[in-house]
Design a protein around this ligand. Structure first.
Ligand SMILES: [Zn+2]
Length: 203
């Protein structure tokens, strides 16, 4: 198992131009967009929520699905919705934990409400899920294991995986408006546990 350096939230977050504008309070157009956020993501604790997302990943694997979990929380740490990967149990490869979660979230909450909520994902959202988060209107994303670390963990048991080589930040950076604030990777050692020895159960 690879060793994961501890990354502080300060280093891992606020990398985008939008976030920089928020930090320096310049009041630019992009900075004003970010003012919709009640509190910057790096000023609240993410550990309990991420730990729960990792538990959901463990649960997904126990059910024969890929080990990914996601949840939606508010800025007070209240968990509002939870979802697991269900690709194999539903025989639908678009059923990533995040798309399952976002589909429920979009039906339940307004875009304005979702803008003030946080998507926690046990692993870095793929390009499909990052796009879904953007279009549903979630304003903030926190992820555990990085996509690169996941690839390293999977490479022995899952050769030739289907991968889009695009980070979630690259997806969000293409947004012409409605920026998404991102923190991650965090808690990578814990987030890696559900993936150790995992082999995709191709049918
Ligand atoms: Zn995905």
């Amino acid at each position: 198992m690879p060793a994961f350096p501890e990354v502080s939230l300060g280093e891992s977050s606020n990398r985008s131009l939008c976030d920089a504008n928020l930090a320096d309070g310049t009041g630019t157009t992009m900075g004003k967009m970010m003012d919709r956020s009640k509190r910057p993501l790096d000023q609240i604790s993410h550990e309990p929520q991420m730990r729960r997302a990792i538990e959901l990943a463990v649960s997904a694997r126990a059910k024969g699905n890929k080990p990914f979990g996601a949840l939606l929380a508010d800025f007070d740490g209240n968990v509002l919705l939870e979802a697991e990967n269900t690709e194999f149990s539903e025989n639908d490869f678009s059923c990533h934990a995040e798309t399952n979660l976002l589909s429920m979230a979009s039906r339940k909450y307004s875009v304005e409400q979702l803008n003030d909520m946080i998507l926690y994902a046990s692993c870095e959202p793929c390009a499909m899920c990052a796009g879904a988060a953007f279009f549903v209107g979630v304003g903030h994303v926190v992820f555990g294991l990085s996509a690169d670390a996941l690839a390293e963990l999977w490479e022995n048991n899952n050769p030739n995986p289907r991968v889009l080589d695009m980070s979630c930040r690259q997806v969000f950076d293409t947004a012409l408006n409605h920026p998404v604030q991102v923190v991650g990777p965090i808690m990578q050692q814990e987030a890696s546990a559900p993936h150790v020895g995992y082999k995709i159960p191709w049918k």
